[in-house]
Write a new protein. Structure first.
Length: 379
């Protein structure tokens, strides 16, 4: 009888424990949900409290700082609240749609327009820089070492200022030039007067020049000679001229010393007379002392009749009678006559017209080639 009660007591305790566990299991989920909900409400409460709380924000606008109090959540709303306008060109240190936090510092720099001229274009640009140099850097305008900037990079920026960048290019080039040779003369006592001889042939030299050319915006504005180098010296031409006077009397056997071409005639000559004086005469009484009735009127010393374009009067000691000469600027003439006033390097040229002979006057400094008895043939 004692065993049966003991089994009943055991059954009753098991049922009680199972019920408690079932109740606890069934209500645990509800308790967890309730706890999460409560925490969420608390979080939302504090969020709403923070969003509606007053925040202190430091605004620095164009270098002027002011601390403002606001309940606005975003920077955009704060700027609208404070009636601070901004544009796409302005500098803002924080995102315009960013959330505000208590103690934030926001820097705003309003951009100003400038007229920028560079690389062949003029454009309106906007900058928040303080100086010209900072503006160019901010606008990504590269300034070369030699480029010109106006105003100077250190000058302050003002609204609608004109900034000009001139591109300066320096190009160094080398070029060569010919150095001309000079001709120098020297006396030679072994050469006859009027004779010239080249002693040293002239030779041109070579000069190298280093030139710097400066271009502004592609236009050549200056050239500067930086350096010169003589690569090859020039050699002067040396010409000897004769000073020797002929000591022999001209005769048919006198040798020719050279041959020249004058106009359409080529001839060999035996001697050159320099600084010859020319005068003119006619057959008239004023020149010869003979009237037209005189039997020797117009007859020369050699017995020929004086003829314009052929006859000249000479000093026979200088030019033999009957010999041909060539007078520079006059032409071929024949020594056929003499005269008391015709001595040394002097020649009297015959003309038909007395009036022309008077106009001819006296002329100095002529060169005369003494040819010989035979008249040179024209080409």
């Amino acid at each position: 009888m004692g065993d049966t009660p003991m089994r009943e007591t055991h059954v009753k305790r098991s049922s009680s424990t199972s019920y408690a566990m079932r109740w606890k299991h069934d209500h645990l989920h509800l308790m967890t949900v309730a706890l999460v909900f409560t925490i969420s409400l608390i979080f939302l409460f504090f969020m709403l409290l923070s969003q509606t709380s007053v925040k202190k924000i430091e605004l620095v606008v164009n270098g002027e700082s002011v601390t403002v109090e606001t309940k606005q959540r975003s920077l955009e709303n704060l700027l609208e609240e404070k009636r601070i306008s901004v544009s796409a060109h302005d500098f803002i240190s924080a995102p315009i749609d960013g959330k505000l936090q208590h103690g934030d510092k926001v820097v705003i720099e309003h951009a100003v327009p400038v007229q920028l001229t560079a690389d062949g274009k003029t454009e309106t640009k906007y900058t928040v820089a303080d100086t010209v140099g900072e503006a160019l850097e901010q606008l990504n305008v590269t300034v070369g070492e030699h480029d010109k900037v106006s105003p100077a990079p250190s000058e302050p920026i003002s609204p609608n200022a004109s900034i000009k960048v001139v591109r300066v290019q320096k190009v160094v080039e080398e070029q060569t030039e010919v150095i001309p040779f000079q001709t120098v003369t020297k006396k030679d006592a072994n050469l006859l007067k009027g004779k010239e001889q080249v002693v040293i042939e002239g030779k041109e030299g070579l000069l190298s020049k280093k030139i710097e050319r400066v271009y502004e915006d592609g236009v050549l504005v200056s050239e500067n000679l930086l350096e010169t180098t003589v690569m090859e010296e020039s050699v002067n031409k040396v010409v000897a001229y004769g000073t020797k006077n002929p000591v022999v009397v001209l005769s048919a056997s006198s040798p020719d010393i050279d041959q020249v071409t004058k106009g359409d005639v080529t001839f060999a000559y035996k001697q050159i007379l320099n600084n010859v004086t020319l005068t003119a005469y006619t057959a008239h009484e004023a020149s010869t002392g003979k009237t037209s009735e005189h039997p020797q009127y117009g007859i020369t010393y050699s017995g020929t009749r004086a003829t314009e374009g052929r006859t000249i009067a000479v000093d026979p000691k200088v030019i033999p009678i009957g010999w041909w000469v060539y007078i520079e600027g006059i032409g071929l003439r024949r020594a056929e006559d003499t005269g008391s006033a015709i001595k040394g390097n002097k020649i009297d040229i015959y003309f038909e017209s007395e009036e022309y002979a008077k106009k001819f006057g006296l002329k100095r400094g002529y060169k005369v080639y003494i040819i010989g008895k035979d008249k040179p043939q024209m080409h």
